[in-house]
Design a protein around this ligand. Structure first.
Ligand code: MCA
Ligand code: AMP
Length: 499
């Protein structure tokens, strides 16, 4: 592992500061962001984001309607320049999820692209349109914020109850991005392409703030499509970020698309994360392109923990080695005794410590305390083994009630609660089952209120999508006469199998 000097400087975007100081200099003309046919150079981004930063500087906390657009990137940069914490909202969130996030995070303002219609759950908030069209001269940024101050509050699902807001300080963003720069030899010359959503760590922090911190650029596809990936890589993009579902779709497309294989072969780095990349997809891509996808492992609460390094061996099925500055250990069942073995077979829970960690779950001191050991290690809940050379292989998860579908973390409990609010459902249990495209798909097991006319899968999918979010909708529904329960009345999910 190479040494890394951790830059805790509050200036998250030196290239932007430089463009602001010298609006006619060469740095100001470098491309920063591109979404479809709309783009901003560093000079234009500084000129667009700094007046917005001045407008929001007095807000306690802001929400950003995080559509996959230029506006979202500008709004988040403005919040960071102003030192005002931003809560990115999934624009497909349903009423109950949005209502929870807004009442929990209590933003004073919501920033949205002009013309976007906002749902009733946001009606009580003052709205500010994000204007990217008419850059004026940039204004000086407000004072340098404390590195420990909150930068983003990102909502993430747990096994039960509604999502929790992970408070991510500026220090964690700066250090994780610099650690990745070290591991991936990521520089300002890189051009990143991706089509990830902008309300989670992967798409927003790595995919937008990452290139901006390096002084490089990002081209966002609006939505993921293999044709868009091929086009951008053929027009100069050097890196691709995606979740395994995206690489699965690439692997499926490759046999019929030699042009895609050609441009992937030329890319500097193909990176997968947010869930395990199946070895079969890894190998299919390697075979068709001669290139291996590298995996990195992270979490909303910890940002990035490990990665295969650009100068390391990209071994299928592993997430590489701890990033510079990150301490990682495996622990035994008791959660405190460290596993010393590097034998590729002794399983332990991954715990991490380092400047990449979040500060707390907003308004949830008990949940925050429970997430850490007494000596400050964060319990990830991920189970892994370590190879003799230190490579980490994730082999499972402690909680069976967490489902990773399309790279999204989804709690079984929140879907069960939503299903129980449907008049046609008397009892409900939710599990995940393997899915070649999504990794896991959500399965609902329900006892209908009326066995003669049970609700259909579409009805329940719509119900969950409207309340929570479309990616949380069940894809399969089984009807049962009763749920299997133990003597204590607890649902035995392991007994839920087909037929
Ligand atoms: C379908 N749709 C519906 C319904 N059915 N909408 C409302 N009600 C319904 N009943 C819509 C969907 O909203 C979507 O709309 C379209 O139909 C297709 O949906 P679906 O098949 O579910 O998904 P997909 O579009 O095929 O999505 C696959 C995907 C997506 C693109 C891979 O899952 C994705 O973007 N995943 C990324 C997750 C991610 O970024 N995770 C990072 C968190 P429309 O077509 O309009 O969209 S993890 C993280 O950050 C940590 C730190 C880490 O390590 O990275
Ligand atoms: P989230 O809470 O949505 O940020 O998701 C974090 C979780 O995603 C981790 O705890 C892991 O279970 C999973 N994850 C992220 N990256 C990887 C990876 N490369 N391989 C396997 N699992 C991953």
């Amino acid at each position: 592992m190479s040494p890394l000097s951790l830059d805790l400087s509050p200036d998250l975007f030196p290239a932007l500061t430089e463009a602001q100081a010298d609006p006619d200099g060469p740095g100001a003309h470098r491309p920063a962001l591109r979404f479809g046919d709309r783009s901003l150079t560093y000079g234009e981004l500084a000129a667009t984001a700094s007046p917005l930063a001045a407008r929001v500087a007095e807000a306690g906390r802001i929400a950003v309607w995080a559509t996959p657009t230029l506006e979202t990137a500008v709004a988040v940069v403005a919040a960071l320049l102003a030192g005002v914490p931003a809560v990115p909202l999934n624009p497909k969130s349903g009423e109950s999820e949005l209502g929870h996030i807004v009442s929990d995070s209590a933003p004073t303002l919501v920033l949205a692209a002009p013309g976007t219609q906002l749902p009733p759950a946001l009606a009580a908030l003052e709205r500010l349109d994000i204007d990217t069209s008419a850059p004026t001269t940039s204004l000086p940024s407000p004072g340098a914020p404390d590195p420990e101050s909150p930068a983003l509050i990102v909502y993430t699902s747990g096994t039960t109850g509604p999502p929790k807001g992970a408070v991510i300080p500026r220090r964690a963003i700066a250090t994780t991005l610099d650690a990745l720069a070290d591991a991936w030899q990521w520089t300002g010359d890189d051009i990143l392409v991706h089509g990830l959503p902008l309300f989670h760590v992967h798409g927003l922090i790595l995919g937008i703030l990452g290139p901006l911190r390096r002084g490089g650029s990002v081209r966002h596809l609006g939505r993921f499509e293999t044709a868009g990936v091929a086009r951008e890589l053929s027009e100069g993009a050097t890196m691709l970020f995606g979740v395994p579902t995206m690489y699965h779709r690439i692997a499926e497309t490759l046999p019929d698309d030699p042009a895609l294989a050609k441009v992937l072969a030329r890319a500097r780095l193909l990176v997968s994360g947010s869930a395990a990349l199946p070895v079969h997809d890894h190998e299919r891509i390697a075979q068709a392109t001669g290139r291996r996808v590298i995996e990195r492992y992270g979490m909303t609460e910890t940002l990035m923990n490990t990665s295969v390094r650009a100068d390391g061996e990209p071994r299928a099925g592993t997430v590489g080695v701890p990033l510079p500055g990150v301490e990682l250990r495996l622990t035994e069942e008791d959660g405190t005794t460290a596993v010393e073995a590097y034998d590729g077979e002794t399983v332990g829970e991954i715990q991490v410590r380092g400047p990449n960690l979040f500060t707390e779950y907003l308004n949830r001191p008990e949940a925050t305390a429970a997430a850490f050991t007494e000596d400050g290690w964060f319990r990830t809940g991920d189970m892994a083994v370590r190879d003799p050379d230190g490579y980490v292989r994730i082999v499972g998860r402690k909680a069976t009630d967490l489902i990773k579908s399309g790279g999204y973390k989804i709690g079984a409990g929140e879907i069960e609660n939503a299903l129980l609010e449907h008049p046609g459902v008397r009892e409900a249990a939710v599990t995940g089952e393997p899915d070649a495209d999504l990794g896991e798909r959500i399965v609902a097991w329900i006892v209908p209120a009326d066995s003669q006319s049970p609700p259909t899968v579409d009805e329940l999918a719509d119900h969950v999508a409207r309340r929570l979010a479309p990616h949380k909708r069940p894809r399969v529904v089984h009807h049962l006469d009763a749920l299997p329960r133990n003597d204590m009345g607890k649902i035995m999910k392991r007994a839920l199998t087909h037929d």
